[in-house]
Write a protein that binds this ligand. Structure first.
Ligand SMILES: Cc1cc2nc3c(=O)[nH]c(=O)nc-3n(C[C@H](O)[C@H](O)[C@H](O)COP(=O)(O)OP(=O)(O)OC[C@H]3O[C@@H](n4cnc5c(N)ncnc54)[C@H](O)[C@@H]3O)c2cc1C
Length: 671
């Protein structure tokens, strides 16, 4: 690709028109100049290592994708990390997880092993258990999974059926899935790779149930890797995506494990069968928050990749004219294309920088926790649950918008967009199904609504205070936008609380009343988290110290994020009396104006994410814009093109094709 094709020239021109310093934006995105340097250093280690090269994802079968992912994961954890000393204490290791997600096209696996199994041992195991299991797991001497969900139940934890019955005579637990629906189903890394499972099961001692507890169960032989007696295990089959991970099933029949395999930091069973509770269940929520804080960041990074691909492609894809006798224009010049894509860019920024506020709250919570103070837990749990739900939803919707905005080529795996969609959408389901998470947030909000402002954490007092319409003509003002979102949250929360009270006042039992008003309750939770995102991003932007042109980008993206949402939900804001029809008109005009302002910088803004071509793995999104040559080169790699004549055509169609030949050649000879 030596010549500079017209598409590459178009992208170069886009870059010449950028009005801010791309590197400055990259530094802010990374959290500082030094962080950018370290991230690049770590990403380069990945990109330069021949062991971490793989064929393009779109040319692989599921089996090849899984095998590659396992090969690379084993290499990363056993060779790459020690070789480059990327240990948890190093500053570089901070970038390791993000690198695994953002800098590589092909997902690795062993995330449930490394991220959840190891984490649970650390946080739920006693010192003795940590000493026994942790290093083995970190070294991949054992591979574990986190087996909670069953075929018949996921969200409703009390519905889980797997049992761990204590046998005092042998001092063992007997693990059983009583029926088909109790089989563990979905756990990552389970189907093929795991030889241990952290099984969540109902503890039973002397016929008394003690609820869900975590048990380490060996499921495969340590030398042959064959399933142990009583264990039926395997992969659940192809999914929407994530072919790299062996989500599995696990059916346990009278599998015996020693007493010491109950992770017993928080609760213990003594040899004589005495049950001892050592810590509050609320602490378990604390560890769930940790996982939920990391998922939104992954979703944001996926959307950032999709924006990079779609915006670069829109800068080089020419389709149609804006002047009857002018040249064809790049589709990014169309207001409608800007209206699809630039708000997605704003979403990436809003969710990323609002996420930092949750991270900060989480760090404060951990500090307080060390003094046994868990007073922030309820708010943090409510916030992290709805934030995970909202960001995964916005990410999924945004990636699909980007995919469709690329027309036909967006449907091709070679664009990289289908695999990004397949990567982000399960985040709406795992680690808490989104609707169920919103309902948990609503529970917190309803408690807040029943209290006085003085009895609430400062950050949520606005929910019980009266709202007022703000009379303003400058609808791009960040104060106005934050005010709109806060008012909406307050009104929605108070309305849901009132309805709930009214329903219960009619003698309806609480669960039924909750169900009757669930749509309102989820709406309140969504309004609450949206105000948090808008407020969090605004706070970040206001406090940001940087050059004027860069600050302007942030301010415009921040206004755009708020206004795009207000315009898409204007009926709601009007109905709730937060804005007037006049505001609506102004907001619509202001959004179009903002799109026009941001358009010349759109390519620069996505460049600032600093994704390598290697990590994007997209024919449409590469830095040089040489889209068509890449698409053609990729098509040549299609497994269907391996031979000039494919077996399928030869085997199934040839007889009819020969008939066709005879008819055509016969009619020719008659002429
Ligand atoms: C890619 C992937 C990886 C996973 N990895 C793991 C893993 O490693 N380990 C593990 O244990 N599990 C794993 N899971 C399972 C996952 O945690 C569950 O799928 C998830 O918790 C949702 O539960 P469910 O499937 O039972 O959905 P359901 O709860 O059956 O949801 C189905 C529908 O019912 C609705 N619904 C459910 N309850 C309510 C309610 N109270 N009120 C209103 N509506 C409701 C939901 O909103 C949804 O629309 C994974 C799943 C996926 C997709």
């Amino acid at each position: 690709m030596s010549h500079l094709c017209i598409e590459s020239q178009l992208l170069s021109k886009e870059r010449q028109n950028v009005t801010f310093l791309i590197e400055e934006l990259t530094n802010i995105w990374d959290g500082g100049k030094e962080e950018t340097m370290i991230r690049r250093r770590v990403e380069k280690l990945f990109a330069d290592d021949p062991e971490l090269k793989s064929p393009p994802l779109c040319t692989m079968t599921r089996d090849e994708e899984f095998t590659e992912a396992t090969r690379k994961s084993a290499y990363i954890y056993r060779h790459f990390i020690p070789k480059h000393k990327l240990y948890p204490s190093s500053r570089e290791s901070k970038h390791l997880t993000s690198v695994l997600f953002r800098a590589q096209p092909l997902a690795t696996n062993l995330f449930i092993h490394m991220g959840v199994f190891v984490y649970c041992i650390k946080t739920m195991g006693s010192d003795k258990q940590v000493a026994k299991w942790l290093q083995l797991a970190k070294n991949l001497n054992i591979i574990g999974t986190y087996a909670q969900t069953e075929l018949g139940h996921g969200s409703f934890l009390r519905g889980l059926e797997t049992q761990a019955t204590y046998d005092r005579t042998t001092q063992e637990f007997v693990i059983n899935c009583p029926q088909l629906s109790s089989m563990k189903w979905w756990p990552g890394d389970l189907g093929v790779n795991a030889n241990h499972a952290l099984v969540m099961a109902n503890l039973i001692i002397d016929n008394k149930k003690y609820g869900m507890h975590a048990f380490i169960v060996q499921i495969r032989d340590l030398s042959t890797h064959k399933p142990l007696p009583g264990v039926s295990v395997g992969d659940i089959g192809n999914k929407f995506g994530l072919g790299s991970t062996d989500n599995g099933f696990l059916y346990l029949k009278n599998v015996r494990i020693p007493l010491e395999n109950l992770l017993n930091k928080n609760a213990e069973v003594k040899p004589d069968g005495t049950y001892l509770k050592k810590a509050s269940d609320r602490l378990v929520y604390g560890s769930m928050v940790n996982l939920r804080v990391s998922i939104p960041k992954q979703c944001t990074d996926v959307l950032a990749k999709a924006c990079t691909i779609a915006i670069r492609y829109s800068g080089v894809r020419r389709q149609g004219l804006l002047k009857p006798d002018g040249a064809e224009v790049p589709i990014l010049d169309y207001t409608l294309q800007q209206h699809k894509l630039i708000p997605q860019l704003a979403t990436v920024y809003a969710t990323n920088f609002a996420g930092l506020q949750i991270q900060k709250k989480y760090e404060v919570f951990l500090q307080n926790l060390s003094n046994d103070d868990i007073s922030d837990l309820a708010e943090l749990h409510a916030l992290s649950a709805s934030f995970k739900a909202s960001v995964s939803e916005q990410g999924t919707e945004g990636v699909e918008v980007c995919r469709r905005a690329c027309g036909g080529h967006g449907y091709s795996q070679a664009s990289g967009l289908p695999s990004l969609l397949a990567r982000v959408t399960p985040a709406c389901t795992y680690e808490g199904e989104n609707t169920v998470l919103y309902l948990q947030t609503a529970r917190f909000l309803m408690k807040c609504a029943s209290k006085k402002a003085k009895d609430l954490p400062k950050s949520v007092t606005f929910l019980v205070q009266p709202t007022q319409m703000m009379n303003i003509n400058n609808v791009t003002s960040l104060d106005f936008i934050v005010h709109c979102f806060k008012s909406r949250a307050t009104i929605c929360v108070q309305a849901a609380a009132k309805r709930l009270q009214q329903t219960m006042g009619q003698g309806v039992e609480i669960n039924e009343a909750w169900n009757k008003n669930a749509v309102e309750l989820v709406k309140a939770a969504k309004a609450y988290v949206m105000q948090f995102i808008v407020d969090g991003f605004t706070t970040f932007v206001k406090g940001l110290k940087c050059s004027k042109p860069t600050k302007k980008i942030f301010e415009d993206l921040c206004s755009l994020y708020g206004l795009h949402f207000i315009n898409n939900n204007s009926g709601d804001f009007l109905k709730l009396g937060i804005i007037t029809a006049h505001h609506c008109n102004l907001a619509e005009e202001a959004e179009i104006e903002l799109l026009g302002k941001l358009r010349p910088n759109a390519v620069g803004i996505v460049d600032a994410f600093d994704f390598s071509d290697f990590s994007l793995d997209s024919c449409l999104g590469a830095y040089d814009g040489n889209v068509y040559e890449r698409l053609f080169d990729m098509a040549k790699l299609s497994p269907l093109n391996k031979e000039q004549v494919h077996q399928a055509s030869y085997k199934y169609l040839r007889p009819y094709l020969l008939e066709g030949r005879d008819i055509l050649e016969g009619s020719k000879s008659k002429l």
